[in-house]
Structure formats: C-alpha cells, structure tokens
Design a protein around this ligand. Sequence first.
Ligand code: CP
Length: 330
Amino acid sequence: MKNTDLDLLSTNGLTLREIEGLLEAALRFKRGDDVSRPLAGRSVALVFFNPSLRTRASMQVGIYELGGNAVVLEPGGTSWTLEHRVGAVMDSDKTEHVAEFVRVLERYCVAIGVRTFAALKNWEEERTDPILNAFAQYASVPIINLESAMHHPCQSLADMLTIREKLGTSRKRVVLTWAWHPKPLPMAVPNSFALAAAQMGHDLVIAHPPGYDLDDELIENLGPNVEITNDVDAAFTGADVIYAKSWGSKQFYGNTDQDIATRAQYRSKWIVDEEKMSRTNSGVFMHCLPVRRNVIVTDAVLDSPASVVIDEAENRLHVQKAILARLLGG
Ligand code: CP
C-alpha cells in the first residue's frame, strides 16, 4: 500500500511546521544556499490537461536545476486521451485509462505532476477532484497537484513565501477578494490560498458578492480566524495583503450563461483599483497570474510598487524545488 503522505494534493494535512519547513527550504534554493541535485539521473512526469505558463515552465526549470529530467505530456495532444472513471466502457473518445497511463509512467518516472482544471459542469462531482484522485489511486510514486478542480497547493505555498518575504513572519490581515471576469473560473486558487493563509495563522478575510461562496467544507476547515463578507469596501480597509481572484458560483455551476448574467452587476464594484488600494495598510497586491488587465485589476495598481505578482510568480520555482526535494530527496 502506498504511503499517501508522499502525495501533495493540497496543503490540507500539512502541519504549520511542515509548511514553514518548505518555505525555509525554498528560501535556501532562492538564495543559492542549497545547490543540491537530488533528482540527478531521475525523471519526473508533468501531465497537463490544460494550458499553463508558470506551472509548466517553473516545474521544468526546477526539475532541471535539481539535476533531473522533465517528461511533459498533454493527454489528447502529445499523449492519448485519458479516461479516469472506474468501470468505464471506453467506446467513445477516450483511448487510454489512467490505470495503465499511471502504472506505465511510473516505470520511467519517480513522480507525476498533474494539472486538471474543473470542467465547471457538475459541482458535486468536481469538488471531489476525481481525475487527480484517480492518478493518486493508481500511482505508487508521489503525485503532485499542479492545479486541480479544487486545489493549487504549489501556488498557495509560493503565495505564503511571497507574503513572508514582503511583510515578515508576523500575522497579517490578508484579504482574498473576488473580482469580476467575463466568465466563471474554477475555485482552486482561492480555495488553496484561503486554506494556506489560515494554516499560517493570518487574519483571513474572504470578500465576494452574494452567491459566490467557496466550498462549505473548505470554509469549515479554515478555523476561527476567518471573516467572510460581501462588503468589498470594508474588506480592503487596513489590509496588508490584497489577493484578487475571480471564481464561478456554485449555484450556477454548469449554467455559464446564468452566472455571466448575474455577475454583470459586479463588474465595476469589484475591480481592484487605486481608490480601494489607498484604503489598505500600504498593502501589497497579489494575483496568481494570468490576470486580465483593467478587468480584475487596473493598470495603475498592477504596475505600481504595491504589486508583487512577478516576485510571486518567481517564487513558484523555489517552492516547487522545495516540494520536489522533500518528496524525492530522501
Ligand atoms: N498561476 C498559474 O498556475 O499559472 P499558469 O496557469 O500559467 O501555470
């Protein structure tokens, strides 16, 4: 039986000490104090069902810098279309089952990273991360979540490193704010950011319009230091960190047109602009990227000294090296 502690599917289950250990290790890589090559002579598979710039490039570079080789596969593109359902009768468009895909791949590779977004069709199903969990179920090597329907732990750990670098180790008022976007997006980034910020002990504020609540179970797991509000103006006041992200409504899941019609009223109210930022505690602006300029955030904020999005993206590299070294370095 596989030791599931070897997977990184979310930060759920990581202790504060373990998270801090990863952040310290990431800083050692970033400063050049750790130039070890624990992946020398070994390969790591990176499976992308969806497009990516940061995750793909930073994982490939990180694996290279640790001495290893990245094998990048895109099911339905550079590898066969994949089925994940148990008992599926594969007489349609899916050529290979995850059961074979994973067990073949692990004969070549010491870990598998997987990116598989939500399809935004069936909330009850997608909130269980079925594709990611199928990989974890069949694999005997570590599975690293490179963003699934519900979680993006590599992003949130880089976010926590960025907050620590910019603002120090003390508790901060950290605001996760919904922003308007022309279409509904998955909840992985806001879920993982909220979870990691709570795990780090920050005072977390989640601001979103009515009807855009995150997953109930996730919210329950955040503990007592979380405030949820529909008042975006109040949320920004005194904030040390503004983390903007758009996401879709659970109640309109699978009904894109209804979500788009409902969110239209929030377009101008929920953009991150200079006026809102002026009410923060000289707060930093964060976003996982890619970001739509003058939709999620104005040029004036994104191009201001308060914006730390490029450093945040760089930290993906250092944190992922720390994750790979922790999972595969022993
Ligand atoms: N933030 C993030 O995961 O970026 P990519 O989608 O470009 O990988």
